[in-house]
Design a binder for this molecule. Structure first.
Ligand SMILES: Nc1ncnc2c1ncn2[C@@H]1O[C@H](COP(=O)(O)OP(=O)(O)OP(=O)(O)O)[C@@H](O)[C@H]1O
Length: 237
């Protein structure tokens, strides 16, 4: 496996299985032969509901552990690391926008955005300045001191996006970050994600069901096709 530093993340020969519940239910299995995410590239991830897009994001984030294979961030393996070590790397190196946003409702928007800085023991003064800049770009600057339980779904989504970008991570993973927004807002949120990822040479992987957005990405992957090994002579992205 290559340890090229221009690779933000790399998956090779990964197998992940889970029971889906119910005695007669077939277990779910995700196989990824090879996936490479390069610094500065924006990749869309598509596939029908239940095909494993969120599972792929959680494997890359080190939230789930594969049963076989290797997952590397910036050349260093994260599968096999202890949970606390994976959590620390996640806080420092990965920006995550979850499908359900996962905000802490009792904190205000600013404190939610600053969570990765606190978890990674980063510079809170610089973090707060960056948080305010992101909030301004995302149109949520007036809401920074509002408790998150009192934000609309679209506002929560923008807070989650600001939180994902506040550490200037090298890998940004987004699970349908524009799903709750009207088409105009979805376009401008995607613009901001792409702009930030390119500016900071981060790799961006975004799960989306919105096929009108796909032309904006450098590459589109279908999660159902990741199990297929690359054919001899076929270019490896
Ligand atoms: N916590 C869980 N426990 C058991 N099975 C789960 C769990 N989460 C997901 N699954 C199952 O794992 C499979 C993959 O789910 P995943 O969420 O990765 O799909 P997805 O492609 O992201 O779907 P969607 O587009 O609907 O979000 C599905 O069969 C799903 O039912």
């Amino acid at each position: 496996m290559s340890t090229d530093t221009a690779l933000a993340a790399e998956i090779e020969d990964v197998v992940f299985q889970r029971r889906t519940g119910g005695d007669d239910a077939a277990p779910f299995e995700l196989r990824v032969s090879s996936l490479r995410l390069h610094a500065g590239e924006a990749v869309a991830c598509i596939g029908p509901s239940g095909s494993g897009k969120t599972t792929l994001v959680h494997l890359l984030a080190g939230i789930l552990t594969p049963h076989a294979g290797e997952i590397r961030l910036a050349g260093a393996r994260i599968d096999g690391l202890h949970e606390s070590a994976r959590r620390a790397r996640r806080a420092r190196e990965i920006g995550l926008v979850f499908q359900e946003f996962e905000l802490l409702d009792y904190l205000d928007a600013l404190d939610n955005i600053l969570l990765p800085i606190r978890l990674g023991r980063g510079d809170l003064v610089a973090g707060a300045a960056r948080a305010r800049g992101l909030a301004h770009a995302l149109g949520i600057a007036p809401l920074l001191r509002r408790v998150s339980a009192r934000l609309s779904q679209g506002e929560r989504q923008r807070v989650a996006i600001a939180r994902a970008l506040v550490t200037s991570p090298s890998l940004v993973l987004c699970d349908e970050p524009t799903g709750n927004l009207d088409p105009e807002s979805a376009g401008s949120v995607l613009d901001l994600l792409l702009e930030q990822a390119r500016e900071h040479e981060a790799a961006l992987l975004m799960v989306t069901h919105d096929h009108t957005l796909l032309g904006r990405f450098d590459r589109v992957i279908d999660v159902r096709e990741l199990a297929r090994p690359a054919r001899r002579g076929e270019a490896q992205p």
